[in-house]
Design a protein around this ligand. Structure first.
Ligand SMILES: CC(=O)SCCNC(=O)CCNC(=O)[C@H](O)C(C)(C)COP(=O)(O)OP(=O)(O)OC[C@H]1O[C@@H](n2cnc3c(N)ncnc32)[C@H](O)[C@@H]1OP(=O)(O)O
Ligand SMILES: CC(C)C(=O)C(=O)O
Length: 502
């Protein structure tokens, strides 16, 4: 019999904990919509006690999610539980996710609590939470470095107090597949009434084993896997949802387990998360990397021409790759464009649609062939744009191999045109300095990336910048057939986000 494994997506919580991957409300709602299309079972929307912004995100996500369960993370602290309850009040299916560390090192040095204090805290908090929530998940943080007997006492305390899902995190990615598989079996043999709870796993990727460990746990009876799109998350990240889902699909004959994920939304979701977090997917990343279905070597190409299955264990279409030429082009009108947006499940306001259509027409003038990917990129770019205090009007760059680069930028700032000039080490540096002069801020450029995201010499260039200002990160994204313009757009996008919070 094929078992069902629930997918608990934590892109918006653990994923957002990756340095530089902070998302604003608009971006989080976009990811949440995408997760619904994917048919994720549980969407962990945030940590309500963490900040007002996180609270609001959980609240707003709860309003738009109709099918999935929406979860909020809480420490074993009454105020955290109350805040999660308030933030989740509009969710159709709310879940409280409670956690506390159970390993000696975490209890002694971080929590400064004795094992007995941790046990009574679990009992009291789960009982308190049960007065507010029926669906409660309990996580024993750092479970894989906990003493086994104590871990079981902690899990049994949570179950007896009312937890309905028991999650086993490999918090620091310490475990290995054979060990984790045996660990999960032993936990299932030792906890009280395993048939009444769902056993879950949450694996980190510090040794590159997050997916392997999660799958090993499924083989031993875990029925929920916590994961993120593109595997983003603390440090080296979490188990990647696309890898878990496709491994269970492709190797169903081995695992006898499946998820309810709509796999054709995997690639669009990966692109959305990459666009809103500014975290570029490595080309050789399984399933969603741009090389995942490319064949370079002659023998491989020959094989694929004869029969794709010689070198492809799944089809690109299955996971949502589309690289067809569009019927839309220079002569298309607004109705056809509107239709394309609707067919591709893009939810945009009328204002955004107008703006997108204008950008689409401009792109048609610059680029010979417009592909689905070009349009996707335009839409993703629109999504990631924050509050726009500054808008680029025009720029002139003077550049050469024997002169110092000079950039003159005119930017609309709150409706007024402002112009400034700066010199720099190359055209990009000069442009960034001109923007800093206009905005009156000097953030640190923490990261800058430029790549082509569509094909051909007239391809769309995507620039990603990450600024560090007062200890916080602000990312920006820009798109253009001209890489300098894309870089300027990205820098302005990040400065707009920075301006919105200072
Ligand atoms: C493994 C994980 O991914 S767990 C989730 C990690 N995510 C985050 O930490 C992001 C959100 N966190 C935050 O915004 C902040 O850390 C807050 C708002 C939760 C707390 O902020 P602060 O009150 O300033 O405390 P700070 O973060 O410095 O320290 C954490 C405190 O929580 C305690 N704590 C940690 N885990 C737990 C827990 N599960 N239950 C109860 N208390 C806990 C620590 O012992 C420490 O207590 P102390 O202040 O009495 O020393
Ligand atoms: C809160 C828990 C599930 C966690 O994120 C971890 O232990 O890594």
């Amino acid at each position: 019999m094929t078992e069902t494994v629930k997918i608990f997506d934590t892109t918006l919580r653990d994923g957002e904990q990756s340095p530089g991957c902070t998302m604003n409300l608009k971006e989080k709602l976009q990811v949440a919509r995408q997760l619904e299309k994917l048919n994720a079972d549980i969407i962990e929307a945030g940590f309500a006690a963490s900040s007002k912004g996180d609270f609001t995100s959980i609240e707003e996500i709860s309003k738009i999610v109709t099918n999935a369960t929406v979860a909020g993370l809480s420490r074993l602290v009454e105020n955290d539980i109350d805040l999660s309850f308030d933030a989740l009040k509009n969710a159709q299916n709310p879940r409280l996710h409670l956690f506390i560390a159970t390993s000696p090192i975490h209890m002694q040095y971080k929590l400064k609590m004795s094992p007995d204090e941790v046990l009574s805290s679990i009992e009291n908090s789960v009982k308190y939470a049960k007065t507010k929530f029926s669906d409660i998940e309990f996580s024993a943080e750092d479970a894989t470095r906990s003493e086994f007997d104590f871990l079981i006492r902690a899990l049994n305390t949570a179950i007896k107090a009312g937890a309905t899902t028991i999650n086993i995190p490999d918090t620091v990615g310490y475990s290995t597949p054979l060990e984790f598989s045996a660990f999960i079996s032993k936990i299932l043999e030792n906890i009280v009434s395993p048939e009444k709870i769902t056993l879950s796993v949450h694996c980190h990727n510090d040794l590159g084993l997050a997916t392997a460990n999660s799958l090993a746990a499924v083989k031993s009876g875990a029925r929920q896997v916590e994961c993120t799109i593109n595997g983003i998350g603390e440090r080296a990240g979490n188990a990647a949802m696309e890898e878990i889902v496709m491994a269970l699909n492709v190797r169903n004959n081995f695992y006898n387990a499946k998820t309810g994920i709509n796999t054709q939304f995997i690639v669009p979701s990966s692109r959305t998360v990459s666009a809103v977090t500014g975290s570029v997917v490595q080309p050789n990343k399984a399933i969603v990397g741009k090389n995942a279905f490319l064949h370079e070597a002659g023998i491989h190409q020959h094989g694929v021409m004869e029969n794709k299955a010689t070198y492809e264990i799944m089809t690109p279409e299955e996971v949502g790759y589309k690289e067809q030429q569009l019927i839309l082009g220079k002569h298309s009108g607004r109705h056809a464009f509107e239709n394309w947006l609707a067919e591709n499940n893009h939810v945009v306001t009328k204002e955004e649609e107008k703006e997108l259509f204008k950008k689409f027409k401009q792109l048609c003038d610059k680029k010979k062939t417009i592909t689905e990917r070009d349009l996707e990129a335009l839409v993703q770019n629109k999504i990631s744009v924050g509050e726009e205090k500054y808008k680029l009007k025009r720029f002139v760059i003077n550049v050469g191999n024997t002169i110092t680069s000079t950039a003159v930028l005119t930017v609309s700032a709150g409706g007024k045109d402002v112009e400034d000039v700066a010199i720099g080490d190359g055209p990009v540096d000069a442009s960034f300095k001109a923007i800093e002069k206009i905005a009156g801020v000097t953030p640190e450029l923490d990261d800058y990336n430029i790549r082509s995201i569509t094909q051909g010499v007239d391809s769309l260039g995507e620039a990603l910048v990450r600024l560090k200002y007062n200890g916080r990160y602000f990312k920006g994204r820009g798109l253009s057939t001209d890489v300098i313009e894309a870089s300027i757009f990205a820098y302005i996008d990040a400065v707009n986000k920075l301006e919105a919070v200072i």
